[in-house]
Design a protein around this ligand. Sequence first.
Ligand code: GLN
Length: 291
Amino acid sequence: MTNSATPLTVGQALQRGSVLSASSDSPQLDCQLLLGRVLEQGHAWLITHTLDALSKDQENAFEALLHRRLQGEPIAYLLGTQGFWDMDLVVNTATLIPRPETELLVELLLSLPKDPCIRLLDLGTGTGAIAIAIQRERPHWAVYGLDRSAAALAVAQGNAKTWHPPGMAFIQANWLGPIRSASFDVIVANPPYIEPLDAHLAQLRYEPHQALVAADAGYADLHAIMQQATRCLMPGGHLLLEHGFDQQQQLERRLLAWGFDNIQLFDDLNHQPRAILALWPGTASREEKLP
Ligand code: GLN
């Protein structure tokens, strides 16, 4: 923290990034983004106004953000936005921060046949990232976002208003409980899938626990969704799930046991197994054959 009576200049503020090296892989960029946020200016303005002085309020606001970043708070929560697909989405602590890996789900959904009247449901929509990206790319599809959290749905609705002004439908529910049978052609989900004792949860402590962690070694929600999807998918419909890097084989076995077909496995940008796509042929559920 600086306490000098002389005002801090933009140039000096930009140098303060070095204090972040302990908690960030990109300290200079974070510093620049946080300063830009306080001054409501972009990169080009900052580097051409290095001699401008910050007001005391601006300096205090900037130092407070630096301090929070130093504690490990994600840059997306400090800025209040995160880039996803072709959008800058509002995020807050009610929602998971959309990951670049999750853009894989959008790409896979766009590779499905482009039928004009697809009904698609995004389960655990959070910021609305997947649902809104798809609705922008496929304006004629009926895309719904569903979340259990009213606070997350408020964020998703705000994002939908910004990025798909004609409006989108959102549903507050606990997975597919209240959804009618055979009512969707595509169901997609990035559910909680981290196991409760996973060491890497410490780095995710600012994000909502209920959006990250699932019982049964991280499988509880994935299993519940695939079971419920057998009721809610139309015959010939698709289920697409994001999952943990070591969960793909077990999910494949489970999907086959529930009667899904044509299972396809996908890796993410970091070459980690990350998504599974399955066809629902519309046969009777094979609950009795489950392992
Ligand atoms: N992919 C996220 C992570 O490991 C977890 C997202 C989730 O649980 N759905 O950071």
